[in-house]
Design a protein around this ligand. Structure first.
Ligand code: AMP
Length: 279
């Protein structure tokens, strides 16, 4: 496995692989890998000849006062995990190489970036779509793998690649969870033991929403108020949003139907966690 840090070297390596007829699988991440990331890599391994993992804590997708400086970084451990699932190349660029002096170009997706995380994290998706566009141009993948965990991010990336005719197939994969239901996240390391316990309320309240819908409740307001009550019963929680939306448009719905997805963002202490599920 190679670790490439230069944008130019990565681009040359990808161009050569493509010229040799190789199919490129790509998994973009911010590192601090967990089983959720590994599930994307395993799928990428199966479907491509050359598997590229990027690790880049992208400054442009963090807002002021967010955790850019504190975000966990663990390149040594990540390298061992990546090697264990057959990654061929880790691309770990520097911020200076990705955003050199004079950098001035950004990719903006309207509409579906305005609700949910887009509303509470202004500029976040602009940073995401910009870095993903750059990574696609550098790595030149045939396939790129993303998790449903960041449901809105995946929808935004699908919109962007479709709108800009980007020749990359976007593959979305299920949320990988701990045995007790907590969605895996690099940010889970911020939680104290008590907070880790409280964080279970995210998946538990989603399960309750699904139970209500399965029992015939279709009114979104009623389901959301039950979920809100459950989350609020925990001492250190603060709800950012609880919404039931159409899975493609991400517009809020009044009635649950086959296209509905419930999405949550909840602070546990200072740590903001997200989770979601189809019904
Ligand atoms: P991150 O490094 O957290 O920005 O995530 C990199 C990729 O891994 C994104 O496509 C995420 O949606 C995906 N991912 C993160 N957590 C999970 C999880 N628990 N299950 C599946 N995919 C995940």
């Amino acid at each position: 496995m190679d670790i490439i840090t230069s944008v130019k070297d990565m681009q040359q390596r990808s161009s050569a692989a493509r010229a040799a007829g190789q199919r490129l699988s790509f998994v973009p991440t911010m590192g601090s890998l967990h089983q959720g990331h590994l599930s994307l890599l395993e799928e990428g391994r199966k479907r491509g000849d050359l598997l590229v993992l990027s690790i880049f804590v992208n400054p442009t997708q963090f807002g002021q006062g967010e955790d850019f400086a504190d975000y966990p970084r663990a390149l040594q451990r990540d390298s061992e995990l990546a090697a264990s699932v057959g990654v061929d190349i880790i691309f770990a660029p520097t911020a200076a190489d990705m955003y050199p002096k004079g950098y001035a170009t950004y990719v903006d997706v309207d509409g579906i970036t305005e609700n949910l995380c887009g509303a509470s994290r202004p500029g976040h998706f602009r940073g995401v779509t910009t870095v993903v566009s750059k990574l696609f141009n550098i790595v030149q993948p045939d396939l790129a793998f993303f998790g449903n965990k960041d449901f809105q991010q995946l929808a935004v990336i699908r919109r962007m690649t479709s709108d800009l005719n980007v020749p990359v197939e976007i593959v979305g994969l299920p949320i990988f969870r701990e045995a007790d239901g907590l969605a895996m996240s690099s940010r889970n390391v911020y939680l104290t033991e008590e907070q880790r316990q409280e964080a279970l309320v995210l998946s538990q309240s989603i399960a309750e929403a699904k139970r209500l819908a399965a029992a015939g409740e279709s009114d979104c307001e009623t389901i959301i108020s039950k979920v809100t009550e459950l989350i609020s019963s925990q001492a250190e929680t603060r709800i950012d949003y609880v919404q039931i939306c159409h899975q493609l448009s991400l517009e809020e719905q009044k009635q649950v139907d086959n296209d509905s997805v419930i999405l949550l963002a909840v602070f546990i202490g200072k740590t903001r966690l997200i989770d979601n599920s189809f019904f």
